[in-house]
Structures are given as structure tokens and as C-alpha cells.
Design a protein around this ligand. Structure first.
Ligand code: ZN
Length: 329
């Protein structure tokens, strides 16, 4: 009998990193091992934490390093995927030009692949999540920012400069008068639909709202910890001002989805991250706007769904990328 194939996925974020060993069918062999990233301790310490997270994940799976076929590592950009380098991502300061792929390959002596975290999450959903029956899929991940990943067949669209699928920076408003984005440009999807910007728009909306809104009461009482979750919860409870903010969010996300439909015509578009908790009514608002504004022919049959792997998509997808690279040989 052939040896079982086991892949280790590591998903490095600005706050924590997460790793687990995954079998050939995409099933994690244990709960993920989570360690603090603490980028401020420097990149040498960061690389050591990555290796330790992987070691613990192998142990948690009840296997030995000899059983591991390959390792996949995902990090946020900026990055050089081909060179296996973390460049200087804003949420991993002060790291700069970290040779993450080659370091891990050397330490473990295993084939190691490197991928953007949102691309890895997209591949995870495509492999064993919401997109598993689809032949092509695009993921929007909604959090502090808006990330994205484009999977066409078994091809992850990395682009020439490692930043293909940066769907948060799709332009959905005029660049000279749209909202200001963290990237420095105006009119990006992220400047409207990220969790942070949902909160900003909610503040503006409630300031201008003529009637009563619980949003205003809630915001006044909870100034500091007012999050997009409160906006979605109040919308679900029927607050009209909150509903307006949520409906606008669905509209902006749909405009992003329409741009993707016109450029790659995917079978499925998946939305993941915190806002998924807003439930079916939010999904169906996005769906309705996509049907209304998308290029008619491909939009007729495109599927709009929520992600199903939650925050596990990153490490499962990173393991999937490792598997993909090994199988391609
Ligand atoms: Zn931007």
C-alpha cells in the first residue's frame, strides 16, 4: 500500500500564525496549532516561531516529520512569490526581505511552497470548501481589509508581480473623488466594504440620519468597541439606518464581483471573513445586486456563496498549494 500523503500548511498573520497537518483529502489531522507572530521581535525570531509552529502541528497530528510530503506557507503581501520572499508587509513590521520559503525548506528538508494568504484561503475553499464542486472560483475575504484570490482550474492567479487577485483594490468609484483607501488610492472596494470602513460609513450614516436609530444609541454608549458586527446585528434586528449601511455594503461588494465577472467569468464567487456571520439575507442582497449590474450572459449562472472553512481556509489552502505543487511534478 502506498504511504499516506500528508501536507503541513502554515498561515502567518500579523497577530498569530496557525498550522496543521492535512491529509490528501484536505482533512486536518488535528486542531490547528496557534502561536503569536510578534513581528516586533524581529524576523529571525519570526522564522523560528514559524518552524516551531510547524513542528508542533506535526506532533499534534500524531505523525513524524518523515511522514510529511511537503509544506505550504502563506503570508500577507507585500511579497515575491516566485522568490519565496516576504518583502515588507505593513502588518509584519519591521520584517524586510525574509527568505521564508528557503529557510523552511532547509530546516525541514521538505519540498516547500510559498503563497499569498488570501490566495491560499481561496485555494482552500476551492479544494475542500464552498467551491469544491466548481471549476473556477473567486474569493473575497472581508476583514480589516478586503482580500481576494482567483482560482481558474488548478491555476492560482499570482500575476507577474505576485499581486494578482488583489480584489480589495478593484476600483468601484471615481479615483478622483472616491473614498480614500489604505493603499493611497481613492475609490477602491476596500475603502467601502472592509469591516473598518463599514464602521466609518455607519458613523457617517447615523450622523445624517433623520429618524431614530439604535445604531446612534449603541455607538454613543460603546464608542471604542463599536464594530461592523454591531452594524450587522442591528440590521438583522430591523434597524433601518443599520440596514441602509449593510445594504450599501452588499451593493459595493456586488460591484467588485461584477468587475471580476467581466474579467475572468468564474463559475462561483465566494465571500469569506467576519461578515459571513450576517447570514443569508446579506448573501441574497449581494446576489440580487450582482444579477442587476453584472454582464448579463455570465451573470445569469454565476453562483454567489459564503465561504465554509472559516479561518481554517488559510492553513488548509497552504497545505493544498503544497499538494498541488507535488502532484504537478
Ligand atoms: Zn486600495
Amino acid at each position: 500500500m502506498a504511504e499516506p500523503l500528508i501536507y503541513v500548511g502554515l498561515d502567518v498573520g500579523g497577530t498569530t500564525m496557525k498550522s496543521a497537518a492535512v491529509d490528501d483529502a484536505g482533512k486536518p489531522l488535528s486542531a490547528p496549532v496557534i502561536m503569536a507572530t510578534e513581528p516586533e521581535r524581529g524576523q529571525e525570531a519570526g522564522l523560528e516561531t514559524m518552524c516551531e509552529t510547524i513542528r508542533r502541528a506535526v506532533k499534534a497530528a500524531g505523525v513524524g516529520l518523515a511522514d510529511v510530503t511537503a509544506i505550504g506557507v502563506a503570508t500577507p503581501g507585500l511579497m515575491d512569490i516566485k522568490a519565496g520572499l516576504i518583502l515588507d508587509p505593513p502588518n509584519l513590521k519591521p520584517w524586510k526581505n525574509v527568505p521564508v520559503r528557503d529557510h523552511i525548506r532547509q530546516v525541514f528538508g521538505k519540498p516547500t511552497v510559498y503563497q499569498n494568504d488570501a490566495n491560499a484561503a481561496a485555494y482552500g475553499e476551492f479544494w475542500v470548501g464552498s467551491g469544491q464542486a466548481a471549476k473556477s472560483m473567486v474569493l473575497f475575504t472581508l476583514g480589516t481589509g478586503v482580500g481576494g484570490g482567483i482560482i481558474l482550474g488548478d491555476v492560482i492567479v499570482e500575476g507577474e508581480h505576485s499581486h494578482g487577485g488583489e480584489l480589495g483594490h478593484l476600483r468601484i468609484a471615481m479615483p478622483d473623488r472616491g473614498r480614500l483607501c489604505g493603499c493611497g488610492a481613492r475609490g477602491c472596494l476596500e475603502a467601502y466594504a472592509s469591516a473598518t470602513n463599514v464602521v466609518k460609513r455607519a458613523r457617517e450614516e447615523m450622523a445624517a440620519w433623520r429618524g431614530a436609530t439604535k445604531l446612534r444609541q449603541y455607538y454613543t454608549a460603546n464608542d471604542d468597541d463599536f464594530t461592523s458586527k454591531h452594524v450587522f446585528n442591528l440590521a438583522a434586528a430591523g434597524d433601518e439606518c443599520a440596514l441602509k449601511v449593510v445594504d450599501d455594503t452588499a451593493y459595493y461588494l456586488a460591484l467588485g464581483a461584477c468587475a471580476v465577472i467581466s474579467s475572468v467569468d468564474p463559475e462561483m464567487i465566494v465571500f469569506g471573513g467576519g461578515m459571513v456571520a450576517a447570514g443569508e439575507s446579506f448573501r441574497s442582497r449581494i446576489d440580487t445586486y450582482v444579477r442587476q449590474y453584472g454582464l448579463p450572459f455570465p451573470t445569469k449562472t454565476v453562483k454567489i456563496a459564503f465561504a465554509s472553512l472559516g479561518s481554517d481556509a488559510g492553513f488548509i489552502g497552504a497545505a493544498g498549494c503544497a499538494r498541488l505543487a507535488v502532484k504537478a511534478k
